[in-house]
Design a protein around this ligand. Structure first.
Ligand SMILES: Cc1cc2nc3c(=O)[nH]c(=O)nc-3n(C[C@H](O)[C@H](O)[C@H](O)COP(=O)(O)OP(=O)(O)OC[C@H]3O[C@@H](n4cnc5c(N)ncnc54)[C@H](O)[C@@H]3O)c2cc1C
Length: 263
């Protein structure tokens, strides 16, 4: 993956809005000109907490940027003290951020058909990607039950498939069921979602000889490669040797064929 990283410093961003869009899920728009302009799809920011939560910042993917306005949107679930604190932020507040961090998705020129596969809280970073990709865009979104961001994807997707585990919205099944049911094929697949989903997406790409890029949103510490708290095992495609890479700075996007999930 090409490096989009330069040395970053912590900066204050203004909260433009922060609204609940589904059960326990919030959409926050932040204003910070430089970060908004520099962001590549698939990158994330670290958000710092003021209150009871620990010193470590929380990594959240950038869902969409509006660089003309210097704003960026994040979509996050409240799962603990840090995200609970973020959900309390009001328009006009400031929040300290660091970013954009990590490597975004590679957007190769000449790719004609793109398959974009997201699951749950892995869906947000795929919105900016879908917006920027050029070519035919087939988007598959998988949710447990309640959906979010579907209308936003409708603006940019050529084909949009929605699946829920229980079939309450869209089709019943997993994203792999949808890929197979609709015989979805393309030149490049981009994915982000829970590990269990990525573990199925990876062999699907290999089986169908489709190049895949997947985002590993694992737990991490510093977010910029210093603490080595988020290493993952990958297979170097040239040497065939296993290597350890930092998800925060070497990723979070890796090619599907290089990721090893069994560690
Ligand atoms: C690169 C990256 C991008 C991310 N993007 C998003 C995003 O766009 N939207 C979003 O809602 N979340 C995202 N996450 C996950 C988010 O960082 C965590 O949910 C958040 O840090 C939890 O902080 P907390 O203090 O609220 O919860 P904590 O008290 O730290 O944890 C509460 C619970 O959440 C679990 N948890 C914490 N971090 C993760 C994680 N990375 N993956 C799975 N489970 C976790 C913990 O195991 C625990 O059960 C991303 C993570 C990474 C690494």
């Amino acid at each position: 993956m090409p490096s989009h990283n330069k040395l970053k410093s912590r900066a204050a961003a203004n909260v433009v809005s922060n609204i609940q869009i589904a059960t326990n899920i919030y959409e926050m728009v932040l204003h910070h000109d430089d970060v908004s302009r520099a962001t590549q799809p698939g990158q994330f920011i670290n958000l710092y907490c003021n209150g009871k939560a620990t010193l470590l910042p929380r990594p959240i993917s950038i869902c969409e940027t509006q660089s003309d306005y210097g704003t960026m949107k994040i979509v996050y679930a409240v799962v603990g003290a840090g995200t609970e604190e973020f959900s309390q932020r009001q328009p006009g507040d400031t929040v300290d951020i660091l970013g954009p961090l990590g490597h975004g998705y590679d957007m190769h020129e000449g790719v004609k058909e793109h398959i974009i596969v997201g699951g749950g809280l892995g869906i947000p970073p795929l919105l900016e990607l879908t917006k920027r990709l050029i070519g035919k865009k087939k988007v598959v979104l998988g949710f447990r039950d309640e959906t979010f961001l579907v209308d936003a994807f409708k603006h940019y997707a050529d084909e949009l498939y929605v699946a829920t585990n229980d079939g309450s919205v869209g089709e019943q099944g997993t994203v792999i069921d949808i890929l197979e049911r609709h015989h979805i094929r393309g030149d490049m697949l981009y994915s982000c979602g829970p590990k269990a989903m990525l573990e199925e997406v990876q062999p699907w790409c290999i089986q169908h000889e489709i190049e895949g890029q997947i985002s590993m949103e694992e737990r991490m510490g510093c977010g910029f490669g210093a603490c080595v708290g988020c290493v993952t095992k990958v297979k170097n495609q040239e040497t065939e040797q296993w290597e350890y890479k930092k998800i925060c700075s070497d990723g979070p996007i890796f090619y599907a064929k290089e990721v090893v999930f069994d560690v």
